[in-house]
Structure formats: structure tokens, C-alpha cells
Design a binder for this molecule. Structure first.
Ligand SMILES: C=CC1=C(C)c2cc3[nH]c(cc4nc(cc5[nH]c(cc1n2)c(C)c5CCC(=O)O)C(CCC(=O)O)=C4C)c(C)c3C=C
Ligand SMILES: [Fe+2]
Ligand SMILES: [Fe+2]
Length: 343
């Protein structure tokens, strides 16, 4: 019988500590933050900042946050990504596809995922970084790492990268499905779409010929000049999701969370938006985190708990968070379609 070479599919999420022990969290923070695409300053300054300031002081604090999140199955980011992979395997023809899951930082590693594909003698590799909007710090970093690993291979098969997917119809459909479940027939005073932030410097570096001025106008449309501008992609995601869900435009807001350090990060900051919403009379708010496909520290703890406190302290009454896509069946279908469309 003729042997048919398979296509490899590598799903990659960000990464998480191996446990909530402070040394594991420190190790994770070091690997993550020493990535020059994440903290994009010269190597020596980055090394001093990460090893002498951030990792030692932040690790105990982050470990305590991770303890609030951890489950019997470990980190949600990891086990939701494993569940997604297992469901995808069920959906794809095993004679044609070899699926692996990896994390950009810590375990399971991209090196091991790619090694398994090399051993399976795949004819082609499709890399899907699990970040809906392209950023150099996330999707760019995954692509960079994959290229670094295969650069030492004698035979490099054809490789394709899915750079962004926030406008895929099934991605939008999956969010709608989950939001409808969370919302039921309730009406909210406001719908807040909170995305992971980035330093403004990184937005400007990714902007074509200075197109992004970090204002409302330049990020209000998607053009060939700003298709990889993270800020414009986030506003675009909000518009697509709000349209899909039929949310009233005047109740829909976009903001950015998780600022680290003193440099200006992309605005508006979620904390400021929450206070403004309450000031303007919002008592009941539904929050979304569509920069993430799996629940993690940034969604469950930061948006679900910390921003809820900010909201309530400011005078808000009901703060609900829509869960992430995790291993929702329509989301699995979306990943399957992305694979088939790129095969
Ligand atoms: C959209 C995805 C993400 C972008 C863009 C991003 C940029 C970015 N992140 C940091 C610093 C930290 N991020 C942390 C956690 C974290 N970040 C993402 C995603 C994006 N980061 C996820 C999914 C997670 C959660 C992982 C988990 O295990 O649950 C952390 C660690 C937690 C903490 O100590 O707060 C840091 C630090 C920077 C500097 C950055 C900018 C380029
Ligand atoms: Fe982050
Ligand atoms: Fe812009």
C-alpha cells in the first residue's frame, strides 16, 4: 500500500508555570520576559530588568495569583489547550494529520512538538499560534521560535503560519454561542471588551510608515496598512463581535489590561474604562476577553476577580465575565477549518 505523508499541525499557546511554587513561577517569568519580542529593549538592560527586578519581586506575588487559579488539572491555560488538541484530533483524519500542542514558554515545548513531527516524517507543517490578533510579542514570537528550531534541520518541510484569525466566522460564532449562554435574556448597561495590553512602542513598531497614531481614527478601520496593528485588530474584533451579537454600539467599549512597568501601554486602560463606565451610570456590565482563547490568569483572576473589585468599589453592582472559548465545539470546528483552509 502507498504510504501517504501526513501534514503536521502545531497548536501553540503562551505558556504557564509548571506549578504554583515560587521557583517555577520565577523560571517561567524569566523565560517569558527574556524574550526580546516581549520586552523589546537591548539585551543587557532586559537581562538586568528581568533577573534583578521583575523575576525576584514579581514571582512571589504572581505565584499567589496562580494559586487562586490552579485546579486539580493544573493551569487552565494548559489543560484547555490539551482538551482543544484532543478534540481536534477526533475531528481530523488521522491518516492525513499529525497534531501536536505546545507552549511558547515552558512545557510542552515547541522543540518537542516539532521533533515529534520530524519523527512522523510530515510533508508539511501548519503552525497555529493561539492568539486571535497578531502581535510581535505573541504570534511573532511563536513563528520566530519555530524558525529557530527548524533552522538546524537538514530537511525543512513546507511550513505555513496562521498569523491572525479574529475575523474567522466560526471564531465569532463560538464567542456568540458562549456569550449567549452567559447572558441569557439579560440586558446590560455596558459591554466591555478587555484585551491584553502592549507597550505603545510595540504598536508603533508594527505600524506601516507611522500609520498608527494611537488615536480613535487610525484604529477605526482595517486597512492593508494596519492589518497587523494589534490595537486596530482589537477594535476590529470588538466591532465584529458586537455586530454578530447585535449589541447596541453605544453600549460597547474596548480597553486594554495587564500593564507591566512604567512605559505607556496601549490605551484606554481597562481600570480607567471601568471607573468611567460607573461614573456614567453603568450598574451592570458584561465583560469579554477576546484576546485569549483559553481561560487563564488574565481572564479568571484579573478580569473576573480584580476588575470586579474595581467595579464594585466604584459603585457598580453586577459584573459578569463571559468565559473563553476553551474547548467549545464551535471553536474546535473553527480550528479544524483553519487547518483545512491552510492544507
Ligand atoms: C494576547 C495575548 C498576550 C499578549 C499580547 C501579551 C503581552 C505581554 N505580556 C506581558 C507580561 C505578562 N503576561 C503574563 C501572563 C499572560 N499573558 C498572556 C497573553 C499575552 N501577553 C497570557 C495568556 C497570560 C497568562 C498565562 C497563564 O499562565 O495563565 C504574565 C504572568 C503573570 C503575571 O505575573 O502577571 C506577565 C508578567 C508583557 C510584558 C507583554 C508585552 C509585550
Ligand atoms: Fe501577557
Ligand atoms: Fe491605530
Amino acid at each position: 500500500m502507498k504510504e501517504v505523508a501526513k501534514t503536521g499541525v502545531l497548536l501553540v499557546n503562551l505558556g504557564t508555570p509548571d506549578s504554583t511554587a515560587v521557583p517555577h513561577v520565577r523560571k517561567y517569568l524569566r523565560e517569558f520576559l527574556m524574550d526580546g519580542r516581549v520586552i523589546d529593549i537591548p539585551f543587557l538592560s532586559r537581562w538586568l530588568l528581568v533577573n534583578c527586578i521583575i523575576a525576584p519581586f514579581r514571582a512571589p506575588k504572581s505565584a499567589a495569583e496562580y494559586r487562586k487559579l490552579w485546579t486539580d488539572r493544573g493551569s487552565p491555560l494548559l489543560f484547555h489547550t490539551e482538551d482543544l488538541k484532543d478534540k481536534l484530533v477526533q475531528q481530523l483524519d488521522s491518516k492525513q494529520y499529525h497534531v501536536e500542542m505546545a507552549m511558547r514558554y515552558q512545557t510542552p515545548s515547541i522543540e518537542n512538538g516539532l521533533k515529534a513531527m520530524q519523527e512522523a516524517k510530515v510533508k508539511k507543517i501548519i503552525v497555529l499560534p493561539l492568539f486571535p490578533q497578531y502581535a510581535s510579542a505573541t504570534n511573532g514570537s511563536v513563528i520566530d521560535k519555530v524558525m529557530e528550531v527548524v533552522s538546524s534541520w537538514q530537511v525543512i518541510p513546507s511550513i505555513s503560519y496562521i498569523a491572525r484569525f479574529m475575523d474567522h466566522p466560526l471564531f465569532l460564532e463560538a464567542w456568540k454561542e458562549i456569550a449567549d449562554g452567559a447572558k441569557g435574556d439579560q440586558e446590560y448597561d455596558a459591554y466591555l471588551f478587555s484585551y491584553h495590553g502592549l507597550p505603545e512602542r510595540q504598536i508603533q513598531k508594527a505600524s506601516c510608515n507611522g500609520y498608527c497614531q494611537l488615536n480613535a481614527k487610525c484604529c477605526a478601520t482595517q486597512t492593508s496598512s494596519n492589518q497587523y496593528c494589534y490595537r486596530a485588530q482589537c477594535f476590529y474584533t470588538t466591532r465584529l463581535l458586537a455586530d454578530k451579537m447585535g449589541l447596541p454600539a453605544d453600549k460597547v467599549h474596548t480597553s486594554f489590561q495587564s500593564r507591566l512597568g512604567k512605559d505607556p501601554w496601549v490605551q484606554p486602560y481597562t481600570e480607567d474604562s471601568i471607573k468611567d463606565l460607573v461614573k456614567n451610570g453603568a450598574k451592570k456590565v458584561l465583560a469579554f476577553s477576546p484576546a485569549f482563547v483559553a481561560d487563564c490568569l488574565e481572564t479568571t483572576v484579573e478580569v473576573g476577580e480584580e476588575y470586579k473589585e474595581v467595579f464594585e468599589e466604584a459603585g457598580g453592582e453586577q459584573w459578569d465575565l463571559v468565559p473563553c472559548l476553551n474547548s467549545n465545539d464551535t471553536w474546535v470546528d473553527c480550528v479544524k477549518q483553519l487547518v483545512l483552509e491552510n492544507s
